[in-house]
Design a binder for this molecule. Structure first.
Ligand SMILES: Nc1ncnc2c1ncn2[C@@H]1O[C@H](COP(=O)(O)OP(=O)(O)OP(=O)(O)O)[C@@H](O)[C@H]1O
Ligand code: NI
Length: 355
């Protein structure tokens, strides 16, 4: 058993289009622990959806082309198993909630049909048992009168109710990993808060792992244990939620955290980050944030691609930025070989003696 339920390493995805090749993901790496909620954040077009669609095996090829990388789910590389094996896992152990509830619901089938479908496909459950399980799950998702709802059609429901149905469909098989791609964006603020609350309590109840995508750091902070910040097809920082808030390192993350309105703020418009995300047809050589970065160091940032560095000895705080040095490259007193450590200790002890 590995420590993580999901480990994505160096994932590269291109799209071949008439205008050329879009390098949508350029070496994405991240991991999700058991029972952990990973928030993935970044501006529109930075590759959040492509990342999770790769995990789900749902990228259309062509135009998509997974050029490199591995996606390990419980130690199995999802990129190297057969479609049949992937189908077994998808919708049963791993399920996904999409941004727009209407795209995940079939307008001509009843809610009951759709909620029971994953159970009938992935388990040996009888229809009656699947129906009961569906009703229970709709109720867990905060839908009253679930028995009657089972015989209704999607258009008879409000947007918030439909999104609850979609969540119930994703959770009905009690998956080990739930992927939620901006599940509340289409909803108004009050309903959005209720759905977040619901997801949080269901995560605790079922003890599942979650990958939660959003372009809003405020929304994601309510549910995440850890956060991965994406920019232009890369992960630029990853750390615990607490560290992202108290000690954001990447200038892009700092900009994102400045753009969360504080509660007493009188400004109701989010300050946006100046400048444009670079084109992914022909991405810049160095740091992709360089052209917008207030802490730009000059040529190094323009020319040298910053790799993801681990900047703290024990914590898993990683950042891809030339402002920081990897712990393994730095030579602070604690960063010594075991033999040397002994020497340091001896020296210290001797020092004590002579005092
Ligand atoms: N089918 C496709 N053909 C060509 N390019 C694509 C395709 N799908 C995605 N891309 C490109 O891949 C990049 C990443 O897109 P993606 O949808 O993952 O962004 P995102 O971070 O999810 O954005 P949003 O917040 O708007 O949902 C974008 O540049 C997008 O234009
Ligand atoms: Ni998206």
């Amino acid at each position: 058993m590995t420590d993580n339920i999901l480990t994505v390493e160096d994932l590269k995805v291109d799209f071949h289009t008439e205008e050329g090749t879009v390098h949508a993901l350029d070496g994405i790496s991240f991991e999700v622990g058991y029972d952990e909620v990973l928030g993935v954040i970044g501006e529109s077009g930075c590759g959040k959806s492509v990342t999770v669609l790769s995990v789900m095996g749902l990228l259309q090829s062509p135009p998509a082309d997974i050029v490199d990388g591995t996606i390990e789910y419980k130690g199995t590389d999802l990129l190297s198993i057969s479609d049949t094996e992937l189908n077994e896992i998808r919708g049963d152990q791993i399920s996904m909630v999409y941004q727009d509830p209407m795209t995940s619901l079939n307008p001509v089938l009843t809610i009951g049909h759709q909620v029971m479908e994953p159970l009938l496909r992935h388990t040996n459950m009888s229809k009656a048992a699947a129906r009961q399980k569906g009703i229970d799950m709709l109720e867990s998702c905060g839908l009253a009168d679930a028995d009657r709802l089972m015989d209704e059609y999607p258009h008879e429901l409000s947007g918030g109710m439909r999104q609850r149905v979609v969540i119930a469909m994703a959770l009905v098989t009690e998956p080990d990993l739930l992927i939620a791609d901006e599940p509340t964006t289409a909803l108004d603020v009050t309903i959005q808060a209720q759905i977040m609350e619901l997801l949080k309590s269901l995560q605790e109840e079922f003890g599942m792992s979650v990958v939660f995508i959003s372009h809003d750091l405020g929304v994601i902070s309510e549910i995440s244990d850890r956060i991965a910040v994406m920019y232009a097809g890369r992960v630029v920082e990853s750390a615990t939620m607490r560290n992202i808030f108290t000690n954001p390192l990447h200038p892009y993350t700092r900009k994102l955290s400045e753009s969360i309105p504080s509660l007493d703020s009188t400004v109701d418009r989010l300050p946006t980050i100046e400048g444009q995300v670079p084109s992914l047809y022909n991405p810049p050589t160095g740091c992709r944030f360089a052209s917008r970065c207030p802490e730009h160091l000059g040529e190094e940032c323009e020319m040298v691609d910053p790799r993801l560095k681990r900047i703290e000895e024990n914590a898993a705080h990683k950042v891809a930025c030339h402002l920081y040095t990897d712990v393994s490259e730095a030579s602070p007193p604690w960063d010594v070989e075991e033999g040397d450590a002994q020497a340091v200790t001896n020296k210290a002890t001797q020092g004590d003696k002579y005092e």
